[in-house]
Design a protein around this ligand. Structure first.
Ligand SMILES: Cc1cc2nc3c(=O)[nH]c(=O)nc-3n(C[C@H](O)[C@H](O)[C@H](O)COP(=O)(O)O)c2cc1C
Length: 330
């Protein structure tokens, strides 16, 4: 089966072989994962918030550089207002500049105030948003590209809960800068559809949770393989911090608190704390913690090397293009 080659604004921006970005993953997008993505021809982003301090972030960047043989890669700077202080974001940017990182994926809040420094250092900035209207604002602010995720996505789908399919098309009518779409993307056919609608690539999280190189307990991956698209829920809408995660004991407890009208940072954070999720990746106990994953669980049927997943996606893309050719009558 042949794998098509695509030349898009996103493959050119990131200098990659396939129009696929592996979005930042809290606790999981480390040097092993990002290097695997990059070595497979995609782009990945080390998630700065997963690392306890400056020294650990630098060490992870250097490890990744070694594993990619010097190929470029990115850093994800998640800036959810309640979790990342301005001071910490500034410190991360210092390190990113100092280490010569060429790409940054921002999310959580507008990166406007950081753009002069990042651009001054020659860094390309892709901002991730859950709705096209924020993408338009980011374009005005001057980012180089945007990633727009639909409500199917693992992690933070925003408050508007718009689908990926609709946003892929509306973005084409609203944006001049390159954009990728994500949320539920896990097949090559979907990649072709996204490109057909005007996107220059896709961003993926959930589909890659079964990458062999992802550092998580085998029982966690087994659960991701078993889980289906209907096995996630959205919680924390009551505090305007909606997340899509695996349905488990924790989400049932959280939903009950929210149903009683008692949702608040104080009542929910102890249950949803990232530390519990981190423990689940280490121990494989997926019954507790907020474990981000989305509808693309439909496609996480097997653990295999990152490169094999990318090869499968590109073969499926080739088959989709061939199907379109066959369907044409003129
Ligand atoms: C386990 C997990 C952790 C994530 N952590 C982050 C994060 O720390 N920062 C961020 O910007 N996005 C994060 N995301 C979102 C992904 O980068 C990506 O945008 C999203 O997964 C795409 O949707 P999909 O899951 O349907 O593929 C996370 C997603 C998952 C599944």
């Amino acid at each position: 089966m042949s794998q098509p080659q695509f030349n898009t604004a996103i493959t050119r921006l990131f200098g990659i072989k396939v129009p696929i970005l592996a979005g930042g993953l809290q606790w999981l997008a480390d040097a092993d994962y990002v290097a695997a993505a990059v070595n497979a021809g995609a782009m990945g982003f080390i998630t700065a918030a997963s690392l306890p301090d400056d020294a650990a972030l630098r060490a992870e960047i250097r490890k990744c550089r070694e594993k990619t043989g010097g190929k470029p890669f990115g850093v994800n700077i998640s800036m959810l207002p309640k979790l990342a202080s301005h001071e910490r974001v500034d410190q991360i940017i210092d390190i990113v500049i100092d280490e010569g990182i060429p790409f940054v994926e921002t999310s959580g809040r507008a990166p406007t105030e950081y753009l002069p420094r990042l651009h001054g250092a020659g860094i390309k900035v892709m901002h991730k948003v859950p709705a096209v209207r924020y993408a338009i604002s980011a374009q005005k602010a001057g980012v180089d590209a945007v990633a727009i995720v639909g409500y199917e996505c693992g992690g933070h789908p925003g408050m508007e809960l718009m689908s990926t399919f609709v946003q892929a098309a509306t973005a084409a009518r609203s944006l001049a800068i390159p954009y990728v779409v994500g949320g539920g993307v896990g097949t090559g056919e979907q990649i072709v559809a996204a490109l057909a609608m005007g996107a220059a690539g896709v961003i993926i999280g959930t589909r890659f949770l079964v990458a062999e190189e992802l550092n998580a307990h085998p029982d966690y991956k087994r659960r991701v393989v078993e889980a289906r698209e209907g096995d996630t829920v959205m919680v924390m809408q009551s505090i305007r911090n909606t997340v899509r995660v695996l349905a488990n004991d924790t989400t049932r407890e959280v939903a009950a608190i929210e149903a009683r009208g008692e949702g608040s940072l104080e009542t929910l954070l102890p249950l949803m704390s990232g530390k519990i999720g981190k423990e689940a990746y280490r121990t494989g106990d997926t019954t507790r913690g907020a474990l981000a994953m989305g509808h693309a669980l439909a496609f996480t049927n097997e653990v295999k090397p990152f490169a094999a997943i990318i090869a499968q996606l590109m073969e499926e893309a080739g088959a989709a293009l061939a199907r379109l050719e066959r369907l044409k009558v003129g």
